[in-house]
Design a protein around this ligand. Structure first.
Ligand code: F6R
Length: 607
């Protein structure tokens, strides 16, 4: 993880670096630091903890200058501490790094044997030593020195290097960690993602694997690691910087929950074709007739969306589907190949495990479709086809609007496949498509009724554990509800298939355990109500999510949250929202750090 940012131009670098890091703090917040050059030397200011600590420190130790680099850290090698905070400086060389140097142990031994003295436990410092040694051996050009040092490093990285002896340029290198360049007028930027520099420029160069970049205030040169020049046209980003601001909400997560009607509407734009009762996925061009099986690979919340995808695609297109945790997929020599469509689902498009699963699948001859929220991120670029959700930047670490737009993508994909292979009757497609178009208004109805969840959160928030139950496509929503609660409120929660409850978790039930049951109308309703009665008989406290108009459920449940009636296929998109809100308000009452929960980072670029 970690966030990197660099600036070279005519303006003061520090405020721009801090502004960028503020947007990147979701990538890690164990420590932060900057290195800014002026009057012959760079000044490194860094400290443990959140960016605010660094800002406070910079008030006492200002770092003036018009070229600099900044970093926010999610610790991998070396605990969170002042010494391990980036930038790391050795001689005249300052380095920031996102990623992991895999051969760090061998490098540390080699450098120590050559007399290097280390001031941190990090792998990053080793790279600064390597460059310093190359420079001291007589290589004065920084780009050449970085290229030479890179030859000794294996692993994942986005490095940015600054040299006190050549303070006109920054040199950067990328392998498997994200990096973009922002083009300005007489100034240029480097960052982990576009949100960090969107307030300054929308002209972006996306950097690819194995590229070395040298930027000055007036130029950007991209080469491969052998020094061969590469050409790249800038892309113009149309997100507004406002989309990455809190907009009056207490937390990004709450803002993003409220943005879901808009995010879903944006994801549908141009994709619903009511004239042909079909889905328009021109960007994907799948060879549907030759798809024998679909395998989803994903992590965390995106994995839960994939489980809903299984239900939808098997139901509407009758194609066999498997869903794999990306972090497990490639470690068991999976049976995958031509005829399989692997669908990699990743909000960030950068998750290392999902990326590795995509490489594995492609290497074995499968076609890969990426579903991602971040345009031009690594996974869609690696895939054969890319389908983008249009949720806009998701800043809160706990995923909300990215999830609901992933679910919408699953519905679109299932209809698309079903219409092409003839398994989905036109009339059913028409019904679903017109319901999809009404969905944003229904979601607005759900978010507008958030006050009830606030009351329930206050009532049940003191519990030390929660159980979430669901059947069919509501089972992944139970998993997602439990994950949301765990990650932001630090309360233990389990998601369970309702039918499995009596095979174990029923032992947990007593009057202290809130059980959140997903019970919208549908074929599973009666069975879920039976499970509810089993909970009731053991004095469990039941919070039911049910369809508006259900007058029976109040007889068994202690609390009922009513959601609008929608087609079964769309129910998960609606029913997850009360769970997101419940988690949010429980965490808010507990006073946890909702947007940046402990130990987590938004983009998990380590395996
Ligand atoms: C949970 C959450 C994580 C991510 C997971 C995968 O709220 O956000 O579980 O879903 O780290 O991330 P992406 O989708 O970016 O691959």
């Amino acid at each position: 993880m970690c966030g990197i940012v660099g600036y070279v131009g005519a303006r003061q670098a520090t405020p721009l670096l801090i502004g960028g890091l503020r947007k990147l703090e979701y990538r890690g917040y164990d420590s932060a630091g900057v290195s800014v050059w002026s009057n012959g030397a760079s000044r490194v200011v860094r400290c443990r903890g959140k960016l605010q600590n660094l800002e406070d420190k910079l008030l006492k130790e200002p770092a003036p200058g018009t070229i600099g680099i900044g970093h926010t850290r999610w610790a991998t090698h070396g605990r969170p501490s002042d010494e391990n905070a980036h930038p790391h400086k050795v001689g005249a060389i300052s380095v920031i790094h996102n990623g992991i140097i895999e051969n760090h142990l061998a490098l540390r031994q080699e450098l120590a044997a050559a007399g290097a003295k280390f001031s941190s436990e990090t792998d990053t410092e080793l790279f600064a030593h390597l460059i310093d040694r190359v420079v001291r051996s007589g290589v004065k050009d920084l780009t050449t020195a970085v290229r030479t040092a890179l030859a000794k490093v294996h692993g994942a990285y986005a490095f940015v290097v600054m040299d006190d002896d050549d303070p006109t340029k920054l040199v950067a290198a990328k392998n498997a960690s994200p990096m973009v360049i922002g083009l300005g007028d007489g100034e240029n930027f480097i960052a982990s993602d576009v949100t960090a520099i969107l307030a300054e420029t929308r002209k972006i160069l996306f950097i690819e694997e194995g590229e070395l970049i040298t930027i000055t205030k007036d130029s950007v040169a991209i080469t491969d690691f052998e020094g061969r020049p590469k050409q790249r046209e800038p892309k113009i980003i149309t997100w507004s910087a406002m989309q990455a601001e809190k907009g009056g909400f207490k937390h990004f997560m709450l803002k993003e929950i409220h943005e879901q009607p808009r995010a879903v509407a944006d994801t549908l734009v141009g994709r619903v074709d009511l004239e042909r009762d079909d889905v328009n996925l021109d960007e994907v061009k799948l060879d549907v007739a030759n798809i024998k099986r679909i395998i989803f690979v994903a992590c965390g919340t995106s994995y839960h969306a994939s489980l809903v995808g299984e239900f939808l695609i098997e139901g509407l297109a009758r194609i066999p589907v498997e869903v794999e945790l990306a972090s497990e997929f490639r470690y068991r020599d999976p049976i995958v190949g031509p005829g399989d469509l692997v669908v990699a689902v990743s909000q960030s498009g950068e998750t290392a495990d999902t990326m590795a699963a995509v490489r594995e699948a492609k290497g074995k001859g499968a076609k890969v479709l990426a579903i991602s929220n971040v345009v031009e991120s690594s996974i869609p670029r690696l895939a054969d086809y890319a389908f983008y959700t249009h949720a806009g930047p998701e800043i809160g670490v706990a995923s909300t609007k990215a999830f609901t737009t992933q679910l919408v993508s699953m519905v679109l994909l299932a209809i698309y496949l079903g219409r092409r292979n003839g398994k989905l009757p036109q009339a059913r497609a028409r019904e679903l498509l017109s319901e999809l178009l009404q969905l944003p208004n229904k979601l607005k109805d759900v978010v507008d009724h958030g006050a009830q969840l606030q009351v329930l959160a206050r009532r049940y928030g003191p519990a030390t554990g929660f159980l979430f139950l669901g059947r069919g496509a509501q089972y992944p929503i139970a998993l997602e509800g439990a994950l949301k609660l765990k990650e932001i409120s630090y309360i233990h929660a389990e998601g369970y298939a309702a039918g499995e409850m009596k095979h174990g978790p029923i032992a947990l039930i007593d009057e202290h355990l809130p059980v959140v049951v997903l019970a919208p109308r549908g074929p599973n309703y009666e069975k879920v109500v039976s499970n509810l009665s089993e909970v009731k008989a053991r004095q469990g406290k039941i919070l039911a999510i049910a369809t508006r108009g259900d007058t029976d459920i109040g007889g068994v449940a202690d609390e009922v949250v009513l959601i609008p009636d929608v087609a079964i296929e769309l129910q998960p998109i609606v029913s997850v929202i009360p769970l997101q809100m419940l988690s949010y308000y429980v965490a808010d009452f507990k006073g946890t750090d909702i947007d940046q929960p402990r130990n987590l980072a938004k983009s998990v670029t380590v395996e």
